[in-house]
Design a protein. Structure first.
Lengths: 283, 366, 306
């Protein structure tokens, strides 16, 4: 008798979740649809792309499209440039944010409040409002078409500083007190205690920094002219201009540009949400 | 009437949070669920509330089986440890929330909320938000929210644990008065045995998912069902002596390895013989270990010398930690006891204060 | 010595200590500060300065015109129109991403087997860049063979020439942008949802609240700071948009998708009118500042902090 009741309860619960799954799957389908069509179309011969009604499944996948995408424009070179740029920016942002966040959390110094407000204010200035002078600076330093030009303006981030500061504030004060008593200097405390305890927050920042840097469009467009220095994002835009007729190749290029980031986001999925939860996003 | 747990079990995987828990709570009774953390008391409360599902068993409120009902249909009110007040709503709205959910007329809500606020002494706080209140005030709002619904039972999950000691003592008394006035069934979960003893009409002592004993505070204190209850209730805790039973021509007596020998009286000897034990555990409360020179002419179950290690004068009584054969036991003495650390004194225990336990099962022997 | 009047003398932090503190903190704060000064503050100031100078159509001759140029910008119908376009764009994208992000976050904020998979899917668009999203949607939006029109047609609704019809081009770009932003919106809102204590919901349940009541009285109020953040950031993003326009419509058709940044880009790098572009950039900055301020003011009424 009890067994039957238990089974009935479990069945009711399962039935109640069916409409939820329907919603989940339907929403997923809508979100994934552009990705799906891009993948499909990237494998089609060009004739299929020009027909109506459109095809939803590649009968004969043309992997050669991908080869074309990699060779019609110097895609490997573009990917390398993007990789270098994103890596340098990520490392730079992590270093500068960690140092600044540490100072704002654990140290006392004159004008701390005012400086924090200054950091905050940089988030108010839309980057695009200052592109002209920034471009001129890079020009004057002769950094056009160089990695420095691509990366240096972005080596500091207020967002990263806040994210890390929020996290640092959750670490118990007593750790610092104990370190002070033991005679640890600030740098040692930061390296030996704070950073090991902040791996998750740092991973989150790293993911967001890398993502943002890899996906940049306007700035690389401005500061690079030499095809050797262009990045993947400019690459696929130029692919599009170049291969006006061969959209399938363009889409293949797009997939190539997207794949690394997609992999990054999926592999580090748990840091994305959790990293923002600790300390909370409070506006 | 009242509340009934009928063989309720809750398993998380293979681990039983509650195992075959059965309890009858009379209508209007103040029942305390007491035990250490992890004993299942909060789980039992949450299953009653409908916030968790039992793996097996049934829960009844007012003779009605509510096991399959949603929390909102059970007509109970709950006060959480952290109060769970809605931070964006005023005190008034917090209290009125449950009534609004049941679509009660606005005028009726207004009347009831004001009445309840008056009762709890928070009428001037109605417009404030929880963030602007002190811990004690928040707790009253949480109470108000529960009272206003006139439920069949109040469920309280360690409501006093976030208050400071003084406020706690004060609020305890207020809760007792409130219960007397409202006459509603209360299920009160706590790990603090002082709270349980002072508030409970009856106490249900739990350990590791199982009910150990149900009874009045006196019952539970003087006639503990087993060693766990005996040890958990009472502060300082009871001292235990274990040893083999040996008998001679006149009666039976146990010898503790610490070198204290106990003599059982007739009843106790009969009980020991009945259970045919080779070893026995003896328990005695600290207030029953008395100074031998204050003992007078009464019969003793044991008399022994002990080294006085630490003396704590509390003002209304004195606690002394004694070393007996390498073990430490605590005794409670009157405040004017002439005793000092480092001394060696003689102590005595009267036979009726000895409690007998089965060393294997822990159960107390009658 | 008078006992009544004496007060313990306040110990002020000795000047030596303050200097020491500043010296220790300097290497931690200076790197970021130096970079901000050079690449954020200085450019802002310089933009303002450049805005005071007109550039002649033939080259780099810069002539001081003072406030004139700013006034020209604010009164020019072209600029006003691009402001209008950008405003519309912000409205579409912020409402779109926030609403859909909220829906997805609520959907995925529960314990069901396999929920992590769905969460990964919904947040995946954060991987997509402006260039990637734009090119992806390019084919979808094609009026003739694009899948979007095909599906709409199947559904019986009228199709549109998405990128070439001045009425719909901005909507098309907004669609692309919302899709791109929805991943991040979901992440942020989900983080906000996870911060709501479970006990609040339990209390509401016991009090008689149905799922809809819980959403209205527990979830949304608790989420309001997060929603404010999403909207403020969303507006800033919208006003900073460039890439989608550059790739999909180049500002057209008939300037119906010329957002402010695109206008700045066009003036500065295609027409070499640095002065005018700078003036526009400064106006953009001020507008964004004002909008952010307005949102925070409005927030007083509907955002609840704990």
């Amino acid at each position: 008798m009890r067994q039957r009741k238990k089974l009935r309860r479990a069945a009711v619960r399962a039935a109640a979740s069916v409409p939820m799954y329907v919603l989940l799957v339907a929403s997923a389908a809508v979100i994934l649809f552009p990705l799906y069509m891009t993948a499909v179309d990237s494998l089609q011969p060009i004739s299929k792309l020009l027909t109506y009604p459109p095809d939803f499944w590649p009968e004969h996948p043309h992997w050669s499209n991908y080869r074309s995408a990699m060779t019609d424009i110097p895609m490997p070179r573009y990917m390398l440039n993007s990789l270098i740029m994103a890596t340098v920016v990520t490392v730079g942002q992590i270093v500068t944010s960690t140092l600044a966040a540490y100072a704002f959390s654990f140290m006392r110094f004159p004008f701390r409040g005012a400086l924090f407000f200054i950091f905050l204010s940089t988030m108010m200035v839309p980057w695009e409002a200052s592109i002209i002078p920034n471009f001129q600076i890079i020009q004057r330093l002769d950094w056009i078409d160089t990695y420095q030009g691509l990366t240096v303006p972005f080596l500091a981030t207020a967002f990263g500083t806040f994210l890390l500061r929020q996290h640092f504030m959750t670490l118990p004060r007593e750790l610092k007190d104990a370190a002070d008593i033991d005679g640890y200097g600030d740098l040692r405390f930061l390296l030996r205690v704070v950073i090991p305890l902040s791996r998750a927050a740092l991973a989150t920042l790293a993911v967001f920094s890398f993502l943002q840097a890899w996906n940049q469009y306007l700035w690389p467009l401005l500061v690079t002219n030499d095809p050797d220095m262009r990045t993947v994002q400019i690459g696929i835009a130029s692919l599009r201009d170049q291969e006006v007729q061969r959209t399938n190749v363009v889409l293949a290029g797009t997939v190539i540009a997207l794949l690394p980031m997609l992999f990054l986001v999926i592999a580090f999925q748990r840091f994305l949400v959790r990293g923002l939860t600790a300390g909370a996003v409070k506006g | 009437m009242g509340v009934r747990f009928d063989q309720v079990s809750k398993y998380f995987g293979d681990v039983p949070a509650l195992a075959d828990f059965s309890l009858d709570v009379a209508d209007g009774e103040f029942m305390v669920l007491l035990g250490p953390s992890g004993c299942g008391k909060t789980t039992a409360l949450r299953i009653l509330a409908g916030l968790e599902e039992a793996t097996s068993g049934d829960v009844l409120i007012d003779e009605r089986v509510v096991t399959d009902l949603n929390a909102r249909d059970r007509d109970i009110a709950m006060v959480f440890q952290n109060y769970a007040l809605y931070p964006h709503m005023s005190v008034y709205d917090n209290i009125a929330f449950g009534l609004r959910m049941r679509r009660i007329a606005r005028r009726e809500i207004d009347r009831t909320v004001h009445e309840t606020a008056e009762l709890l002494g928070i009428a001037e706080l109605l417009k404030r938000k929880p963030g602007q209140l002190s811990g004690g005030q928040r707790q009253r709002v949480a109470l108000g929210r529960a009272i206003v619904r006139r439920p069949k039972a109040f469920l309280m999950d360690e409501p006093l644990s976030n208050l400071d000691a003084k406020l706690r003592a004060q609020t305890r008394i207020e809760l007792i008065r409130l219960h007397r006035r409202l006459q509603t069934t209360v299920l009160y979960v706590t790990h603090d045995q002082v709270e349980a003893m002072t508030m409970g009409g009856r106490i249900a002592v739990m350990d590791r998912g199982r009910l150990q004993q149900v009874g009045s505070p006196q019952d539970v204190y003087n006639r503990p069902a087993n060693r766990f209850v005996a040890e958990f209730i009472g502060s300082p805790a009871m001292s235990f002596f274990e040893g083999p039973l040996s008998s001679d021509a006149s009666g039976a007596f146990a010898v503790d390895t610490a070198g204290v020998s106990f003599v059982l009286n007739a009843e106790q000897a009969a009980s020991a013989r009945r259970h045919a034990l080779a070893e026995i555990t003896l328990g005695v409360r600290p207030e029953h270990i008395e100074l031998a020179d204050q003992f007078g002419e009464r019969a003793t179950a044991a008399a022994f010398g002990a080294h006085v290690d630490v003396v704590e004068a509390l003002g209304n009584e004195t606690h002394a930690t004694l070393l007996v054969g390498g073990r430490a036991i605590i005794t409670r003495l009157p405040p004017d006891a002439a005793i000092g650390a480092g001394e060696t004194r003689r102590f005595a225990i009267a036979p009726q204060h000895l409690l007998l336990f089965d060393p294997a099962s822990g159960g107390r022997l009658e | 010595m008078s006992i009544a009047a004496s007060r313990p003398r306040e110990r002020r932090r000795g000047r030596g200590k303050v200097v020491r503190e500043a010296v220790s903190a300097a290497p931690f704060v200076l790197p970021s500060l130096a970079l901000f000064s050079l690449f954020v503050f200085y450019p802002l100031v310089r933009s303002i300065w450049l805005g005071f100078h007109a550039t002649d159509p033939f080259g780099r001759r810069e002539v001081w015109v003072g406030i004139e140029q700013y006034r020209d910008v604010l009164t020019s119908s072209d600029f006003r129109y691009s402001l209008f376009v950008t405003g519309q764009f912000a409205l579409y994208t912020v409402i779109g991403s926030t609403a859909i992000g909220l829906y997805l976050a609520l959907l995925v904020h529960r314990r069901l087997p396999g929920i992590l998979l769905f969460r990964t899917v919904y947040t995946s668009t954060v991987a997509s860049s402006v260039a990637v999203s734009s090119v992806m949607w390019l084919l979808l939006l094609n009026p003739g063979v694009g899948v979007l029109n095909y599906l709409i047609g199947k559904g019986g609704l009228p199709t549109a020439n998405w990128l070439t019809d001045p009425k719909w081009a901005l909507v098309a770009i907004a669609m692309t942008t919302v899709w791109m932003n929805v991943g991040l919106a979901t992440i942020v809102i989900l983080a906000g949802l996870q911060n709501i204590p479970e006990q609040l919901y339990e209390s509401a349940r016991v009090d008689g609240a149905r799922p809809w009541d819980q959403l209205l009285h527990v979830t949304l109020p608790a989420l309001s700071p997060t929603l404010l953040f999403v909207s403020v950031v969303g507006v800033i993003f919208a006003f900073e948009s460039f890439g989608q326009i550059d790739i999909l419509t180049k500002g057209g058709p008939l300037n119906s998708t010329t957002v402010i940044v695109y206008s700045i880009y066009r003036e500065a790098f295609l027409h070499y009118n640095v002065g005018l572009a700078s003036a526009q950039a400064v106006v953009l900055f001020v507008i964004v500042l004002l909008l952010t301020g307005v949102q925070f003011l409005a927030a007083q009424r509907w955002v609840f902090y704990r």
